[in-house]
Design a protein around this ligand. Structure first.
Ligand code: ADE
Length: 298
């Protein structure tokens, strides 16, 4: 059974939100919670058929008494013209845009040495440039004059992102973009914040990582203070808080939703090696060698 929002019913009645990547995983949970709170939600992603199916499923859950609605609008966020068309369609249909949730993105796992420039560029293009495109267009076409709230979904890349360096670099860029926009757009009454989820388990995330999925999620458990991955509903509640008037004095912030994971171990294993340059010679190095010597009596 779907979890129910802790927020007040009707909190987002008459509001209009765009949620990119709104049909799957974290984006789906965000869209569903917004709908539950009475919002009109435009879900957007590249794959029209999947988006349509998600919208139909979500529509069925909206009670007849609710003013909420869900509209699927396909858009490749990498493409500026498609983003312009998306924003203009939303304004034509609903006449306003209160919230933009930049959740659309994607990556693949690969050691950096095996990443092609094409693969690198594709990930940066979606996650960083796509977010830029959506922020800029929604601001110019609506929020500049009317205010609004933008939430950028980033990642746990605070210790670097070994194995997914492309998305780490892109999301760190989005984190910084969040701060720049929070300042630049304050004069329009636009709040801009980021949410940085830790390891979040969803059926779509499992599918995306293919055979690696079960391994990745199981392996995350020991390095997670909570001793379990999070679920999308635990991210959507943070997003709804930041969109709500309860966060009216919060802008330029990044809220980690990771149960402290980013303060704890890295999940990246470094095998034993002897490739590191030796420390400068001297009595400290001698003492260190003695300490590390398996035969040491220390
Ligand atoms: N989700 C993943 N890639 C996307 C893209 N290029 N446009 C919109 N949503 C996406």
């Amino acid at each position: 059974m779907a979890t129910s929002s802790v927020f007040r019913p009707g909190l987002f009645n008459q509001k209009v939100a765009i949620v990119t990547g709104g049909g799957t995983g974290i984006g789906k949970a965000i869209s569903e919670e917004l709908l539950e709170l009475g919002c009109n939600v435009v879900i957007s992603s590249r794959k029209a058929d999947r988006l349509e199916a998600a919208a139909q499923q979500m529509t069925q859950k909206i009670p007849p008494s609710s003013p909420a609605s869900v509209t699927p609008l396909p858009c490749n966020i990498r493409n500026e013209d498609e983003v312009k068309a998306l924003v203009s369609s939303v304004l034509k249909k609903y006449g306003r845009i209160d919230f933009l949730v930049n959740n659309g993105g994607g990556q693949f796992t690969s050691p950096t040495e095996h990443m092609s420039l094409k693969g690198w560029k594709a990930v940066v293009d979606t996650n960083l440039n796509g977010t830029f495109n959506c922020c800029k267009e929604v601001y110019s076409a609506w929020m500049k004059e009317h205010g609004g709230v933008i939430i950028n979904i980033i990642a746990d890349m605070w210790k670097g992102f070994p194995g997914m360096a492309h998305t780490g670099a892109a999301r760190a860029g989005v984190d910084n973009l969040t701060k720049s926009l929070a300042i630049e757009w304050a004069t329009s009454g636009v709040r801009v914040n980021a949410v940085a989820p830790g390891t979040i388990f969803s059926k779509t995330a499992m599918e995306n990582y293919k055979d690696l999925g079960p391994h990745l999620f199981r392996r995350s458990v020991p390095s997670t203070p909570a001793k379990r991955p999070g679920v999308p509903e635990e991210v959507s509640s943070a997003v709804c808080f930041l969109l709500s008037p309860a966060a009216s004095y919060i802008s330029g912030a990044t809220l980690k939703v990771d149960a402290g994971q980013s303060l704890y171990h890295s999940m990246w294993e470094i095998p034993d090696h002897s490739a590191w340059p030796e420390a400068p010679e001297g009595e400290n190095l001698d003492a260190l060698k003695e300490l590390l010597n398996p035969q040491s009596k220390l």
